[in-house]
Design a protein around this ligand. Sequence first.
Ligand code: NG6
Ligand code: CA
Length: 511
Amino acid sequence: MRNVSRLFPLLPGIAMLTGCNHASQKNNGQNVQKPNIIYIFADDLGIGDLSCYGASKVSTPNIDRLAGQGVQFTNAYATSATSTPSRFGLLTGMYPWRQENTGIAPGNSELIIDTACVTMADMLKDAGYATGAVGKWHLGLGPKGGTDFNNQISPNAQSIGFDYEFIIPATVDRVPCVFVENGRVVNLDPNDPITVSYDHKVGDWPTGEENPELVKLKPSQGHNNTIINGIPRIGWMTGGKSALWQDEDIADIITDKARNFIASHQEEPFFLYMGTQDVHVPRIPHPRFAGKSGLGTRGDVILQLDWTIGEIMHTLDSLNIADNTILIFTSDNGPVIDDGYQDYAYENLNGHTPMGIYRGGKYSAYEAGTRIPFIIRWPAKIQPSKQQALFSQIDTYASLASLLNQPLRKGAAPDSQEHLDVLLGKNNTGREYVVQQNLNNTLAIVKGQWKYIEPSDGPAIEFWTKMELGNDKQPQLYDLSSDPSEKTNVAKSHPEIVKELSALLESVKEE
Ligand code: NG6
Ligand code: CA
């Protein structure tokens, strides 16, 4: 009996007799229902970007309210310092560096999660959940050889456990600038088919390189291919004019889709995976947020993101399901200031510190690369608290499976550890260690007070953003208890710790 669990022992027999996988929320009463689960991945949001984490130059009242009602983590990590591997790690429960082809995906990438893989969405479907993916995807779509955007796209998110998808295929700075709903490009005119390339120009639409005078937001690095809505993107596209999104409306559209998904599944347990495009470049706020933060567009899209979270919370309140909904809010990787457009993000920082006290940022093996904000709220079961235990997003999968008493299918989620009590703030003995991955697949490991970064031939500095990547030919060791900002490499004075942590990291690699 899949539905019977230690937390939900009172599921009425009738649900079982009818063979119904879904415990009806309204009929069963709040104390016996499986909780709804909403997982929101913000994009490139830093641990210093939220007022509940100490930001004083920007105010995020909705996320602060969430944190005040939930468990707020200070030592939680994404698996990776960029989007694609981080999302892969969460949904598969497997370290992305175990699989080729999990780096930052182009907009026409094939689906990089094998359809045979039992994803977190599959697991939740097994547990009787209605599942949906809304917003930023960035895990590829379609077969090997890439995506054909003009026909039913298969495989898609529905092939790896999601009943419903409404997604941005890659990132907002990559073509094609269209939404895909259940395998179909939304509003596509079949007489105006889409062509996409990441090797060469296709069609005759202007590019940033050839027609810089047509650009309303200039690139600072890369981002000089096809111009869509005045913004030069990564990659070339032509066709699909009626399907192109308006950047200012993306937050409204995906929030609306998320709201609809929640409302239409309010009677059954649901899992909503939502990726916001905020605060990734190009940062294009809706006019109602433009200029409102005083920190330029990066600050404005933080306000927009906070609004989005508020809308999700209001939706739950208005449907009277907030109490038994687990709402997780986090970020796919750390922050970056100038990520490729001349949006004056540095000039407008005004003392704001997206990285908090941490070194590095997006792309980096240093702490700000993967140490992210992480908040979980579940009013029915969780007391508000601060959580200092070590936690990795990769453990979400096994921890939720344990919560639901849902056995993991054979081979599923090999790297995901069960830390349910940590996730729920009931226990502060976290993971023994956390593994971090930078842009160049250099790995680092945090254990107790120590942080070890393996030697790497990779560049010290990321070419475009000048971000410190944390790559060094020498082993690095930092004492995070006295030096959380990783200023002093103490590897030479603690060879025994270097030895222990490098051996531990090697053993994790070999698992
Ligand atoms: C980089 C892009 C950056 C961003 C990143 C992916 C350039 C110069 N930089 O290659 O703008 O798109 O890829 O970000 O093109 S992520 O958060 O989706 O991983
Ligand atoms: Ca990201």
